[in-house]
Write a protein that binds this ligand. Sequence first.
Ligand SMILES: Cc1cc2nc3c(=O)[nH]c(=O)nc-3n(C[C@H](O)[C@H](O)[C@H](O)COP(=O)(O)O)c2cc1C
Length: 189
Amino acid sequence: MLQTIKERRSIHSFKDEEVDTDILKEIFTYGSYAPTHYMKEPWNIKLYQGRGRDGFIDSILKSYQRIGMIKKDNAPKTLKMMDSMKQFLLEIPHHAVIYLEKEANAIRNEENYAAVCAFIQNAQLAAWEYGVGMLWTITPYMHDPEFLQEIDLEDEQVKIAAVMQIGYPKKVKQDRGRTPIDEKLEIIE
Ligand SMILES: Cc1cc2nc3c(=O)[nH]c(=O)nc-3n(C[C@H](O)[C@H](O)[C@H](O)COP(=O)(O)O)c2cc1C
């Protein structure tokens, strides 16, 4: 486990192979042992795989157009861009939208988001032990209310914490290490 913490890397390219759903369930089960204030367990997951990705990816592309990241015209350049974006997203075997219910109290929201982040990291570490790679992404469409509606979520009720890209790693990037902890740590005694 300690080795996994250091060796896990964010994965940017995946093999053309699905991860068994039972393995993904195991991975998310490990995720759910994250600490959670008031035992709220605020994490929810929408897992897109196989043909289930088609509508999800279309919604992403439409959102990019609404946001202005991709033009709305039918110019060859635009169509080519849409196509390559779609292809790129289809090369990712699983997309997991991780979301949480919003609460009126800002502090509770912060606590819930913190627990969801702990859930995500637990899941990433568990995945690594199964040879499964993940990329934690925060993307502009997560904040587009129409995108949420398209995937059957209500912007007023939920916040998307992350979209995880998941699959067996094609390539693992080199470890860039971390800043020595002494540079971050102040001991008061
Ligand atoms: C909250 C959060 C959001 C992230 N969003 C992205 C992202 O949108 N795109 C991306 O390529 N990596 C994203 N990452 C991954 C980081 O880039 C990655 O963790 C960092 O480069 C260190 O690499 P490592 O995870 O391989 O150690 C995100 C990480 C966190 C914690």
